[in-house]
Ligand binder design. Structure first.
Ligand SMILES: Cc1cc2nc3c(=O)[nH]c(=O)nc-3n(C[C@H](O)[C@H](O)[C@H](O)COP(=O)(O)OP(=O)(O)OC[C@H]3O[C@@H](n4cnc5c(N)ncnc54)[C@H](O)[C@@H]3O)c2cc1C
Length: 444
């Protein structure tokens, strides 16, 4: 019987374990997870903290008990501390008992994910200075809110920071966001950056751009965030300045690392080392627009990679083709989406890029409840190959990004987009869909 050990039990690891078991029930699979939970929707945590989702447990997709019913052993509070690949053994520390034990494997899957960057600033270890990645973090933030925190400062204006600005605000806190760059949501391009700022300010969130955090001050608990533009009062601080791959085991195994130190794999999620696979946020991915390796840590990618690795481990043919960098986020009523490259990223990747932004409406002009929708298209001058798109709008309207994401998989052109037969009825858009409007303007 082939023994599979999976390190990390969230999106990538549990997808790999579940799929492998479904495809080949004879596999003996054990998942070791350092935290107290497996298989949860980390992406839902902001909506629990806002109070929109009544309790954290709602995010749990599977428990160790449910996995046991499916024939997969999942052990929480168990950290894999060492891998001896020559002997095919892992060393595991049971964090509850403090005891260490060993386990053997034939196949190893590294699904160790990523962790938040915690900058080494003075006062960063004070009470009330948090990061958000795991269920335990979300529970701590929920408790801080329940204890009556009045004012939250968020360090970092990326999508997680802004989702949390909304969450704290919905939970009744005053919120300030501090961002060192001159814009928010930098990876979503200039129009979402500007509109997200407008939305936050309209909702009473104080935003400081071009502002560096210098220190956190307080006795035992944070009271002020000292920035390059003065001090901000805080009962709690969320540091959300990016993540880094948990690549320690990969490094110790001597695996090839790529961008940001993420593990390089082939399309079957194999690392260079025989019978060692890697999936999820710990891996680098092939970016289908640039043709290069990139680090794009996202939950849907981790799930898809896990599924492919599971199939391959079970002896099936499967391939992870790569990503085009599609993402979507909501900031209060506004929704922002991106796929492929922003104008800036396209130029940085060496493309002779052109872009245009059009504003139209997400329903027919005469239909009630319509909202503006901004579509930015990015393409290569000369070939007119589509390189990316960003959409800013309301509700589900920016989900149109998926049309462009699909086109990017096929290296389509602006003309291919303009020629598409898209669905139309007045409650869903104009007779000219906002994507077609944008493509036609770009082709003029
Ligand atoms: C607030 C928030 C919102 C998000 N929203 C979205 C979203 O809307 N859309 C989206 O696509 N993505 C979103 N993400 C990102 C998404 O959650 C991650 O991309 C996804 O969880 C990655 O899955 P993973 O399995 O690769 O890694 P992780 O979720 O990081 O899981 C890895 C697990 O491995 C465990 N581990 C690490 N080392 C060891 C070890 N040595 N032994 C045992 N266990 C170990 C860790 O404890 C961890 O639980 C969000 C993330 C956060 C924090």
């Amino acid at each position: 019987m082939t023994k599979v050990v999976v390190v990390g039990g969230v999106a990538g690891g549990m997808s790999a374990a579940s799929k492998a078991k479904r495809e080949d029930p004879s596999l003996d699979i054990t998942v070791y997870e350092k935290s107290g939970y497996i298989s949860y929707g980390a992406c839902g945590m902001p909506y629990v903290i806002s109070g929109q989702i009544p309790k954290l447990e709602k995010l749990l997709a599977r428990t160790p008990e449910k996995m046991a019913e499916r024939g997969v052993t999942a052990r929480v509070n168990c950290e894999v501390t060492e891998v001896d690949h020559a002997r095919r053994r892992v060393t595991v520390r049971d964090l509850a008992s403090g005891k260490t034990f060993g386990d053997a494997y034939d196949v190893l899957v590294l699904a160790t994910g990523a962790r938040p960057v915690r900058p080494k600033l003075p006062g960063v270890d004070l009470g009330g200075v948090y990061t958000l990645r795991q269920m335990e973090d979300a529970a701590t933030l929920q408790e801080a809110v329940a204890r009556g925190a009045k004012r939250a400062v968020i360090v970092g204006g990326s999508y997680v920071g802004l989702e949390m600005a909304e969450a704290f605000s919905e939970a009744g806190l005053e919120v300030a966001v501090v961002e060192r760059l001159d814009r928010l949501l930098a990876s979503f391009g200039p129009v979402p950056s500007k509109l997200a700022l407008e939305e936050l300010e309209a909702r009473g969130v104080e935003v400081s751009l071009n502002t560096e955090v210098l220190a956190f001050e307080g006795e035992e608990h944070v009271r002020h965030v000292l920035t390059s533009r003065g001090a901000l009062e805080a009962d709690l601080v969320l540091v959300s300045v990016g993540v880094r791959p948990n690549n320690e085991l990969a490094k110790a195994l001597g695996l090839t690392l790529g961008p940001a130190g993420a593990v390089v794999t082939d399309a079957q999620l194999r690392t260079g080392l025989e019978d060692v696979y890697a999936v999820g946020d710990v891996t680098a991915v092939h970016h289908l627009v640039t043709g290069s390796l990139a680090w794009v840590p996202l939950g849907d990618t981790a799930n898809r990679q896990g599924r492919v690795a599971g199939e391959v481990i079970a002896g099936k043919e499967a391939r992870f083709r790569g990503v085009v960098g599609t993402a979507i986020t909501k900031v209060f009523d506004r929704t922002f989406a991106t796929t492929g490259l922003t104008p800036e990223a396209a130029s940085a990747a060496g493309f002779k890029a052109k872009s245009t932004t059009t504003e139209s409406r997400d329903r027919a002009g005469y239909y009630p409840g319509r909202h503006p929708i901004h579509v930015t298209l990015v393409w290569e001058e000369g070939t007119e190959r589509l390189l990316g798109a960003q959409i800013a709008g309301y509700g589900d309207a920016p989900k149109r990004i998926d049309v462009v994401a699909a086109l990017l998989f096929g290296r389509a052109s602006l003309r291919d987009l303009a020629d598409l037969d898209l669905a139309y009825a007045p409650p869903f858009g104009g007779v000219w869909d906002p994507l077609l409007v944008a493509a036609n303007v770009a082709l003029e």
